[in-house]
Design a protein around this ligand. Sequence first.
Ligand SMILES: [Zn+2]
Length: 271
Amino acid sequence: MNLNLWLAFGVGLILGSFVNVLVHRLPRMVMASFEPSNDDTPRFDLCLPASHCPHCHTPLQIKHLLPVLSFVWLKGRCGFCKYPIGWQYPTVELLTALIWTACAWRWGLTSTALCWALFGTSLLALSLIDWQTTLLPDALTQPLLWLGLIASADQWVALPLTQAVWGAVWGYGALWSIATAFERITGKQGMGGGDFKLLAALGAWLGPFALIPLVILASFTGAIVGLSLQWRHRLPANGYVPFGPFLAAAGAFLAWENPAQFMQSLGWPAF
Ligand SMILES: [Zn+2]
């Protein structure tokens, strides 16, 4: 493996640690913003309180915060109270590192690689947050949408700006219409507003023509996972499988695969 790939891997590991912080704190920050606060409410954001063990609350030192390495060195337990650390932490760090390495491998150390690596990292964070809390925070979906439009405007990615804009518009509009119709007919809420914003962001990165294969792929994989969880009686307590992780996974797949070529390989006429 050459030096560039190792560099991307290292950056990915460090950002993976940050993804863990986002996944842990962002949903709590969103929920806290709905509650009344006063001057006595302790500060809680991405920086404070400093990283600490959730069990014994001891603040962690630098040597406890090294991505993956600390987990291996501490044998998966808190250095103070020996409480087990979740496998999610090193897994997310490694996954983020793989996303960055894959982008550097495909596009070299270019702004294109940087854009797609940020795209993949945001989708990973959004998927985990949605899976655990059924929230898709605006603090992630909105910058993802803007970055997609900017990447297209500055030609860091190949998608023309007109397509990026229409992708965002149709992404939001299509899912909003389906959800509104579903709600009118069944009286139940099928999707949350975060799903529309996520599809708008994916549309800005992949263009309007990717939206149909994207939603089909996401629905199909979501249905398979939902049914198998139901069959094994492992559905979440509210009986609801969030759609965001499947939209994100389908988006990442099509970003890598090139939607036009993918559709043609399925026999769809060229566009
Ligand atoms: Zn501890």
